[in-house]
Design a protein around this ligand. Structure first.
Ligand code: C5P
Length: 232
């Protein structure tokens, strides 16, 4: 899979999601389904969106003992998700088990990426609550390296970190980057953002874009603008 724009479908119901995707007609953007929608609608929502012809990033951020993660990943793989994720904090045994679980009988599997440190975790929390004394930037890079060494395909990170991740883990290690805003758009609750064009320059492989598309007056035009800026 090449560079792509992934729309974060952060809707509370399947009906809203289907109405939104209906706007795109014959176009079939890559979409991200998160916990809220998955827990509200169950696996059926994945099947329905796949049936419409979309690729799906199932953003469920698994983190448990290796055996449980392996079996759960197997279920997600059978749902025909194209991309899944987990917390690198689960460790290399868990990450390797996840890859095993994802492998389909025909030898294919969804892309597997790791969350390093959530952007909502600040340096104080890292030090005082998680008891990690290493600075945030190095923690993120070290988690990315563990993911790479465990065989994963990439990480979720800020577009501002994409270059450093590629330097440390190789150009082929995928960077999937939220925190994208149009130059003339609302930043909302995101803190450190880049435009799709800047994310392209920074080397992001996939940008994850929610509200700049989902809350736009014309979501299809906003999506196309993203694609044009990011892919060209
Ligand atoms: O609406 P917006 O473009 O901010 O949506 C970004 C999406 O990426 C949301 O689904 C959000 O949960 C997700 N995300 C993020 N920052 C992270 C990890 C995930 O914004 N560090």
């Amino acid at each position: 899979m090449g560079k792509d724009v992934i729309i974060a479908c952060d809707f509370a119901s399947g009906q809203k999601t289907m109405e939104f995707l209906g706007l795109f007609g014959e176009k079939k953007p890559f979409v991200k389904i998160g916990m809220e929608l998955f827990y509200a609608e169950g696996p059926e929502i994945v099947r329905q969106i796949k049936e419409r012809g979309h690729k799906i990033f199932l953003d469920l951020k698994l983190h448990d003992i290796p055996n449980t993660v392996k079996k759960s990943m197997n279920v997600l793989s059978r749902l025909d998700a194209d991309m899944c994720n987990l917390h690198a904090a689960g460790g290399s045994k868990m990450m390797r088990a996840a890859l095993e679980g994802l492998m389909r009988p025909d030898g294919t599997r969804p892309i597997l990426i790791a969350v390093t440190q959530l952007t909502s975790t600040d340096s104080e929390t890292l030090k005082n609550e998680l008891l990690i004394g290493t600075p945030m930037a190095e923690t993120v890079m070290s988690y990315a390296e563990n993911a790479k060494n465990s065989g994963l395909d990439g990480v979720v990170c800020s577009p501002l970190e994409a270059e450093a991740v590629h330097k440390r883990c190789g150009a082929g290690f995928l960077t999937v980057t939220p925190g994208v805003r149009f130059a003339d758009g609302d930043i909302g609750d995101q803190k450190r953002v880049m435009t799709p064009a800047e994310a392209k320059k920074a080397g992001s492989d996939y940008i994850v874009v929610g509200r700049p598309i989902t809350a736009a007056d014309d979501p299809v035009a906003a999506y196309e603008r993203c694609v044009k800026e990011f892919i060209g």
